[in-house]
Design a protein around this ligand. Structure first.
Ligand SMILES: [Zn+2]
Length: 70
């Protein structure tokens, strides 16, 4: 049996430092000062760290969007 090589989105791990939890959410964000509108960064987040990561971004005025990981 062969394994398909899957990238990031299949089993995302939380982006919070030191956290190894499976991510349930994906944060899409950008820094408007250095990124154009098409340059969207992606952070994965577990249930616990979603508000932490989102607060980090919104406190800096970065536009961000939350998507549920299917
Ligand atoms: Zn986490």
């Amino acid at each position: 049996m062969t394994h398909n090589r899957t990238v990031s989105d299949e089993n995302p791990v939380c982006s919070s430092r030191g956290c190894r939890a499976e991510a349930k959410w994906m944060l899409l964000w950008r820094n408007p000062r250095i990124h154009g509108a098409e340059r969207v960064k992606r952070w994965a987040a577990c249930e616990e760290h979603l508000p932490v990561l989102r607060d980090f971004l919104t406190a800096r005025g970065f536009p961000c969007e939350t998507r549920r990981v299917e």
